[in-house]
Design a protein around this ligand. Structure first.
Ligand code: NAD
Length: 321
């Protein structure tokens, strides 16, 4: 195969490759499409392709995969997180890693706040009760007044900040934690930044917006759940690895926390027999926080534009490595 191939390892956001073809074709880049679920699938399907570029969605792009691509120049992650890519290997090999950092900021922020509001107002519990023939608020008590509560944001990056803007009109206080951000001002107003333990102890909603890294793995574990109020909720739209799932199940069973809103999971799809599926006060969405019609249009275009620009020596939309 020619040296001008773009290999798509797994790409579930579009059936037709019309947009991708329109942007890559004129740049002389040919598409090879695989639909991998595992690293082994990638190893099997990339052998002999010799791509200059890889587009990766969820499957791991490991050193072993990169070794099979002697002419690889660039990896474009179609999304924000780059935790499925061996970044150290890319650095060593001088391979650029690009992403699309802003395509779904409003969507994920809306989704996180929606989960928080639905949990606090017990919308899903109420719906379950109505479906079961019950009526009235008795089975839902207690529900606190939102404007007397504290909303805590862990990770004050692009999405965390967008959540602060949305949460402020609803809650008494919006506080933040981010070891890499000292002071944050949003719309001219500072956000009170506190240590993680203080945030966990004070917040009625603990809302996670950190990257999936070794450092953030199991950031919320048994010890940290023990610091939270029994009336508090956890919301996670960041990465499943940020929560120790077994510890979350134990905390829910013990009544250490009130519930959780989870868009991301340590294992996706969440297994059918997983205990998290059975708690009425847990809302689960299938990693769809990013989704809107407009977000997907933007993501598709940016993922391939990133490659075209990089190959032409122009600045890409965003370079991580
Ligand atoms: N569910 C979805 O559909 C979806 C869509 C897009 C992004 N995401 C995920 O959302 C997360 C946030 O994305 P973003 O665009 O805001 O990223 P970002 O890089 O703009 O912000 C991340 C923030 O987390 C902070 N951080 C790093 N380590 C931390 C720690 N140990 N404790 C507290 N803060 C820490 C960083 O300093 C940074 O400010 C990422 O994990 C991303 O993969 C999920």
């Amino acid at each position: 195969m020619s040296g001008m191939t773009v290999y798509f390892s797994d790409y579930t956001i579009a059936d037709e490759f019309d947009v991708e073809q329109e942007i890559l074709g004129p740049a002389g880049l040919e598409i090879v499409r695989a639909q991998c679920s595992t690293e082994q699938d990638v190893l099997d399907t990339i052998a002999g392709v010799d791509p200059v570029a890889i587009v990766a969605q969820w499957v791991p792009i490991t050193a072993a995969v990169i070794e099979l691509c002697p002419n690889l120049k660039v990896l474009s992650r179609n999304g924000i997180g780059v935790d499925n890519i061996d970044l150290d290997c890319c650095r060593r090999r001088g391979i650029a890693v690009l992403n699309s950092p802003s395509y779904c900021i409003p969507e994920v922020a809306d989704h996180a706040l929606s989960l928080a509001l639905a949990l606090l107002r017990k919308l899903v519990v109420a719906t379950d009760q109505v479906r079961a023939g019950e009526w009235g608020w008795g089975g839902l008590a207690p529900i606190p007044r939102l404007c007397e509560l504290t909303f805590g944001v862990v990770g004050m990056g692009a999405i965390g900040r967008a959540v602060v803007q949305r949460a402020r009109p609803f809650f008494k206080d919006v506080i933040g934690h981010d070891p890499y951000v000292k002071a944050v001002e949003i719309d001219g107003r500072p956000v009170a930044m506190v240590g993680l333990d203080e945030l966990l102890a004070r917040a009625d909603v603990v809302d996670l917006h950190v990257p999936g890294t070794d450092e953030t793995r199991h950031l919320l574990n048994a010890e940290r759940f023990a610091l939270m109020k029994p009336s508090a909720y956890v919301v996670n739209t960041s990465r499943g690895t940020v929560i120790d799932t077994d510890a979350l199940v134990a905390a829910l069973r013990a009544g250490q926390i009130a519930g959780a809103g989870l868009d991301v999971h340590e294992q996706e799809p969440l297994p059918m027999d997983h205990p998290l599926r059975r708690f009425p006060q847990v809302i689960i969405t299938p990693h769809t926080a990013f989704y809107s019609v407009e977000a997907v249009d933007q993501l598709r275009a940016e993922t391939v534009l990133n490659i075209v620009r990089f190959m032409a020596g122009e600045p890409p939309i965003n370079r991580v490595v």
